[in-house]
Write a protein that binds this ligand. Sequence first.
Ligand SMILES: [Zn+2]
Length: 69
Amino acid sequence: MSNIKMKLCVLRGDMSSDKTSEQYPEEPVCTNCIAAEQAKREDSLIVSVGVSVTDETATCTFCDCGFKD
Ligand SMILES: [Zn+2]
């Protein structure tokens, strides 16, 4: 068992893309990385934090940590 918690976050993605799913991709991010990104304020890549991720195969898009680490 690990204590990692992840949330599905909307990120600032590829703004040159014309697809919303690429401009604002939704990715799992662990709470450690959410806290680190939010500390950057305007420079944060996280647009919004959504629901908890329950998929055990998910890995954090920033630090690559997973539930099984
Ligand atoms: Zn992380």
